[in-house]
Design a protein around this ligand. Sequence first.
Ligand SMILES: Cc1ncc(COP(=O)(O)O)c(C=O)c1O
Length: 404
Amino acid sequence: MYDTTTPQLRAALAAATEDLLVYDLPGIADRHDALVGELPGAAVRFAMKACPVDEVLSCLAGRGAGFDAASPMEIRQALATGTPADRIHYGNTIKSDRQIAEAHRLGIRDFATDSVEDVRAIAEFAPGSRVFCRLATDGGGALWGLSHKFGCSPADALRVMETARAAGLTPAGLSVHVGSQQMTAEAWSAACDRMADVLDALRRRGIALDHINLGGGLPALGYRDRLGTPLEPPLDKIFAVIREGMQRLRAVAGTPLDFVIEPGRHLVADHGAVRAHVSRLTARRQADGERRYWLYLSCGKFNGLYEMDALQYTLVFPEYRGDDFVPAVVAGPTCDSDDAYSHEGSPVQVPRTAASGDPVWILSSGAYATSYTTRGFNGFGPLPHALIRDDRAPLPAAVPGGSR
Ligand SMILES: Cc1ncc(COP(=O)(O)O)c(C=O)c1O
């Protein structure tokens, strides 16, 4: 299984005496640079929702990334990194009149859309802007499909883009999201085919797009599935298929086409880890007559690990040297039965002697941890974070159509 820890991350986790979330900025920067190397010609727009932490955003901005923002608040946070507005887009198809106007006032000129209603509002409150139309995908192959709330059919996309042109907007691009933690290369291939068809149909209607947004969905490498089996996404194949798709789309466009990609979890998940502690290991007979171990941790669904209903994180018990493990259901600290990390049918091996206060490391937990945390459900507050600094010199930004 992919080892997500660096010596620096291990040292930071080992040095912690209280619970916290550690972000490894050099690791995040390296993952960004590797992605840029794999997809030449695609400008990275980090999906801020995956980790809206100022230092992480500044680190990525320093490597040349722009941002996919989903609200005026995120736009302001992105601008605060010094990133110019033309490298930030409003990637949320859901926006009120007021939010569109505010984004426009902040300098944003690129807006995602998927409906005629939204396009008309953009024309009114952000006149003259550029829009890119999000096509629906079925979300197959992904841990989180994202298939219902966003995106339109190819036929609707034609109407949306024709409406945009008639309303004085620039119909500038197409986007997709193949589903988060997408485990198959085929999903990108199908998405590129779908975009190629729409690109071609638009070209025939006299609408020449200037860019394609490949969306999010690139996987983290250090997760386990709900049963605890390591997830091993075919990352090399995914990149190869995306490169082929980019070539196909360029050929169909016939005119210069830029690419952007909006990774979220791929950049941050494996380079963030939680240091939590054992609250209690118990053994008790359940209503079904089975005797089970439960390991309650200080951190759970409501204070950093919201995504644990769909996956398991790798747990490390750094102070335990023995080999006497028991299968336990692992759960968070709140008085809420949904706050369970593993499921009764998929216990995790934990030290039989785990005692209250023992440290536990929860690996690959850097994505969506800060954004999905509650303000303090049952009094368990958000985790503070610590940073492993990146002292490399910043790189110049990659702009669509640029050489990097
Ligand atoms: C528009 C958009 N782009 C990118 C992302 C990032 O997705 P992921 O973390 O799967 O890369 C999201 C996440 O929901 C999104 O809504």
